[in-house]
Structures are given as C-alpha cells and as structure tokens.
Design a protein around this ligand. Sequence first.
Ligand code: MD6
Ligand code: FE
Length: 216
Amino acid sequence: MNLDLFPCESPTAHSEAIGPCAYVLRGFALPNAEVLVAAIGELERRAPFRHMTTPGGFAMSAALTNCGRLGWTTDRRGYRYTTNDPETGLPWPAMPEMFTRLAHDAATQAGFADFTPDACLINRYESGARMSLHQDKNERDFAAPIVSVSLGMPAIFLFGGHARSDKAARIPLLHGDVVVWGGEDRLRYHGVLPLKDKPHPLLGSRRINFTFRKAG
Ligand code: MD6
Ligand code: FE
C-alpha cells in the first residue's frame, strides 16, 4: 500500500501541486507555443472549430475541434468519441508528432510515465466564453492522466471535488501553462470562469486549450 503524501510520485521543482495527483507545470509549453499556434491554423482548415450542442440543447460557448485517432463530440444524443468529424465525415486530422511528444513529456514531468494520447480536444474561447463544471468521464480507461495546455488569454480554472457541489479552487492559467492530472484526481469536477478580455500578443482576444487524453 502506498501511504505517501504524494501517491502519484515525483512532483518536480517546477510543478505546483493542486491535488494529490494533479499538477500545474508553469510555462511548460512556452517553447512550443508558436509552433502549436501555427499547427492549429493547419488543423482548423481540415476540421473547423464549431459550437457543439450539449445533450440538454445548449450551444457551448467555447468552439471546439479535435485531432488524433479519436475526437470528442457532443450533440442532442450525448457525449462520445468518434473516429470521424461529424461535420465533414472525414477522419479527424492526425495528431502532430510535436503534440504527442509535448503531452508525453508533460505527463512524465508530473510522474505519469508512458502517456500516449490518442485524442486531442481543442477548445477555443473568446471573451465571455466559459466551461461549466463537468467531469471528464467518456474515456475508456481512467488509469491514464489528462494533459491540458493553455495558450493565449489567461483564464481562471475551477478545480473542484468529486461532487458537483464541492467547493472549487480557482487556479489562474496563463499562456504556456500545462495541467496534468490523473490517479485519484482523474474524475474531479472542473470548469473555466467566463473569460475577461485581456488580449494576448500571439492570440489576441482568444484562449486555446488542448486536452490530451487516452480515450480508446
Ligand atoms: C479548459 N479544460 O481548460 C477546459 N478537462 O479550457 C478541461 O475541461 C479539462 O483542462 C480535463 C483535464 C484538464 C482540463
Ligand atoms: Fe474537462
């Protein structure tokens, strides 16, 4: 049995623990930021950002697209992963090498070895867009962590507990920050407060969030 204070091991010098198995790696993606932004331009030509509808019938305020073997989608029938973009009928664009490596390296830094994502959900927020509290539970295997990369405008990330009503911590996420979580934190409720308009030099009045998962 593991009675450590850090059951997920190896919080390194540059990681900030926000839970027993959840870390913010400040600025981890900064060296890749410009290449990531350029890659989005290419990806969105093949799989445009769109405002999907929740099962409850609301349009999401963040626009989304995907790359990788599996892409996350929602419509009136529910949330699920698909191999093809429902909008175009085409397979989601392949995940660029550099994305896979970045996600793997961030996971390693946070103590999760051998992370190989097969899905990358890309959310695009404009001023006022938000993400209400939710759990990420459409993936087959909860043993793998989730790696989340923030670019562009800052956001306040809400990191709650295992019940929707649990009080949520407010964590500022800046351009280049990476959040990694797994283990006992994997199913915690989380969300994003409505974005304030604080234009960013690279992305203007937008925030882009990539979340890498092992979905299949
Ligand atoms: C966002 N992120 O930061 C929304 N989910 O824009 C998420 O919903 C999320 O950042 C799972 C793990 C990390 C995340
Ligand atoms: Fe999420």
